[in-house]
Design a protein around this ligand. Structure first.
Ligand SMILES: *Cc1c(COP(=O)(O)O)cnc(C)c1O
Length: 454
């Protein structure tokens, strides 16, 4: 017969001084709930033959559960992974001017939807939209919550109930459950697949338009996070646009990346710009604002004014609208483009740094660590753009490889504040210097010293 009478009661556990901090940060109700759960578990363990824990034992379990809960909060991370647009790390960090604009307005009322010149109602995102039009050469623009929303909304507005032609090679999953066939279905469009996985010719599109004369649009999807190489073919965007227009259909392009400048100029070829997509004849171009554009999470739809207005009036537009914090950050990011201050966009700055400069920074880290008695080696690395863009591009980079138990050091770095994320390569912990933001060196070095010495 198990004796449960000595099991600590909730008030005894909650009375333990070690739970003060947890209660302050998580609230009394949540800590009480954790204590009940811990006592239930203890009861089951005692029934199974374990010794009866003290109130302090159970409180320690509660404190750990509270810590685990608090650790799930979003925390700052030093990105030493070498992946510039790391999807799990929030993609693009916004620049100092964008962060300042958010800080200056977030706690106040703002002119989000009011025209201060007239006092009348104004349009959310008017400045960002005219900037996007300016920067892309499009007539009009609309900003929404993300690019998935942009594609869904664009298709919903132009294609509900009507056929949309898409290549079998582009009926793909982009990541995170964004599947073109499913998005098309949800938009209300009827998907007409053409061609094959590896080859879709202009003729295939033409035949589909013959077979479905009520086709409203051809959808072209930019292969961001995958590549097909070898025996592959698809028509140039311009030819597709001409075909669509000759048959009274639209060309909608899901561009993904949102490059507002030519990345070939910084040695990263193969990513079409928004402007090129517009100039090739796309009627609507959808893209993320937090991928190659380097702004906050958001999606943009640019194109002919009348079409963009139709998209704006779609009932889904209200459900997918951009939030005010993101909008303020986007405005400041676009301002940097307008005035040509590209280094104000952190991800652009990170991609533009010459590899020698990255290597010199890694060497400075090595010297600083060596003076503290911690050994590491400066290594050449291959980084990536990430974020489902420029999937093939290798970004020449450099960093340090740290001596010692890589997994253990990595785990300690992840637990720090700020957390530091590197990667384990050939048994060593590698920290890539290209993606560590300016000003984060001291944090990184302090965290590393603590992690190695622990
Ligand atoms: C990234 C991407 C999306 C989804 O964009 P989010 O901003 O993540 O919603 C859609 N289509 C393409 C081609 C993409 O690259």
């Amino acid at each position: 017969m198990t004796d449960l009478s000595h099991l600590p009661r909730v008030d005894r556990v909650l009375g333990d001084a070690s739970l003060e901090g947890a209660r302050r940060r998580l609230g009394a109700a949540a800590v009480t709930r954790l204590a009940r759960a811990a006592i239930d578990e203890a009861r089951a363990a005692v029934r199974a033959g374990a010794p009866c824990p003290t109130a302090a034992d159970v409180a320690a379990v509660v404190a750990r559960a509270a810590e685990a809960s608090l650790a799930r909060r979003v925390r700052a991370v030093v990105n030493a992974t070498g992946v510039v647009l790391h999807t799990n790390l929030g993609r693009a960090p916004i620049g100092a001017s964008a962060a300042a604009a958010v800080a200056a307005s977030a706690g106040r009322y703002v002119s989000l939807e009011i025209d201060l010149a007239t006092g009348k109602r104004g349009g959310r995102g008017a400045f960002a939209e005219s900037a996007l039009a300016e920067l892309s050469g499009a007539e009009g623009a609309l900003v929404v919550n993300n690019n998935a929303a942009a594609v869904l909304l664009a298709l919903s507005a132009v294609a509900v109930g009507r056929p949309v032609v898409v290549s079998r090679g582009e009926a793909v999953e982009i990541g995170g459950g964004f599947r073109i066939p499913e998005v098309l279905a949800r938009s209300g469009a009827r998907m007409v697949e053409v061609g094959t996985t590896n080859k879709t010719r202009l003729d295939d599109y033409a035949r589909a338009l013959d077979d479905h004369p009520d086709t409203v649009a051809i959808l072209r999807v930019h292969p961001g996070n995958f590549r097909m190489t070898g025996f592959v073919e698809r028509p140039p965007l311009g030819a597709l646009a001409r075909l669509a227009h000759a048959r009274g259909a639209l060309l909608v392009k899901d561009l993904g990346g949102g490059a507002l400048l030519d990345f070939a100029e910084i040695g990263l070829p193969g990513e079409p710009t928004v402007r090129a997509s517009v100039e090739a004849g796309s009627d609507l171009v959808c893209f993320s604002t937090d991928k190659l554009l380097g702004g906050p999470q958001g999606g943009a739809i640019v194109g002919a004014s009348a079409l963009v207005e139709r998209v704006r009036r779609d009932p889904l537009a209200r459900a997918l609208r951009v939030g005010r914090l993101a909008l303020v950050a986007l405005e400041a990011t676009l301002e940097a483009y307008l005035v040509g201050d590209l280094d104000a966009v952190p991800t652009l700055a990170a991609l533009r740094i010459p590899v020698e400069v990255v290597r010199a920074r890694a060497a400075a880290w090595q010297a600083a660590l060596a003076s503290e008695g911690v050994a590491c080696e400066v290594v050449d690395l291959e980084g990536a753009v990430g974020g489902g863009t420029l999937s093939e591009a290798v970004v020449a980079s450099a960093g340090i490889a740290v001596e010692g138990d890589a997994e253990a050091i990595a785990a300690r770095l992840r637990a720090g504040s700020p957390a530091v994320l590197g990667r384990v390569h050939e048994g060593r912990l590698v920290l890539d210097a290209r993606t560590v933001l300016p000003g984060e060196d001291a944090d990184l070095l302090a965290a590393l010293l603590a992690a190695v010495r622990a």
